[in-house]
Design a protein around this ligand. Sequence first.
Ligand SMILES: C[S@@+](CC[C@H](N)C(=O)[O-])C[C@H]1O[C@@H](n2cnc3c(N)ncnc32)[C@H](O)[C@@H]1O
Length: 286
Amino acid sequence: MPGILHRRIQLHYEYLYTQDDFEAVRELLHAVAGISLDAGKRELVYGRLARRLRACGLDRFSAYLTLLRSAQGKAEVVHFINALTTNLTGFFRDPYQFDYLAEKVLPEAAARTRSGQYYRIWSAGCSSGEEPYSIAMVARECSPCRDRLDVRILATDLDSSVVAKARQGYYPQERIADLSSALVHKWFRRRGGGDHSRFEVEPALKELVEFRRLNLMHEWPEQGPFDLIFCRHVMIYFDHSTRRTLFERYADSLVDGGYLFLGRSETVHTVSECFAPAGPAVYRKR
Ligand SMILES: C[S@@+](CC[C@H](N)C(=O)[O-])C[C@H]1O[C@@H](n2cnc3c(N)ncnc32)[C@H](O)[C@@H]1O
């Protein structure tokens, strides 16, 4: 019977991949990135990691796992993480939160912040940069803030490949298709022509944002305390106790009354007492 099962697995997959391998991948990803992979993601894991086995010249997942756990496998762990993160994002994703930022949070800060003082924002889990650049556009567009608020944005992500893309700030046309032509005209430069043209973020926006690779499970930036933290559509990948720890660390990294923006399906409710609800998936440090 095990022989039959073994043959079926080999027929189905190009690389030998067992349930134990899948469980070992889940365990390792949780250990290195805090990410809890759903038990139903077995096929997805195969699809994402098969190309890494090809790149490493391996024919089975158990050998790939051995490599990842070895001293020589350190560089491969970065590829392993990059292959398994979900980077879905977009400019002005959940637009009502950007309205809240423009109409409430930034004007309030502009009225309060003394000149010469930075207003510090952290986009934690920034993916390919659309989120921090959207924040930067709001900061540059919103009238009371434009002149009175000196915004600085730290944007970090665990996935080194998206951080590199974000830093370059080049986007294909479809990524900016939902932006108004006024915004595109003001904040992007067309590079190249025809179907291959790309849109580069203007230096005036880029200069507000510093990108860095950072694993939220490790040490955090010293640039704090922050006035505002965006951590949207990131917490969903973590289990309850990891979320609780992160909320407490966010509270420690925020000024009193500082804001935390989460994804629309994420909440601090039942997880942490450090924050009070303030707006649409927006919380304030108590
Ligand atoms: C779905 S994207 C969300 C992007 C953006 N915040 C948004 O809402 O559009 C989630 C991001 O979280 C990052 N991420 C996952 N685990 C992380 C960790 N332990 N440390 C830092 N970033 C992490 C992923 O690499 C991914 O780019």
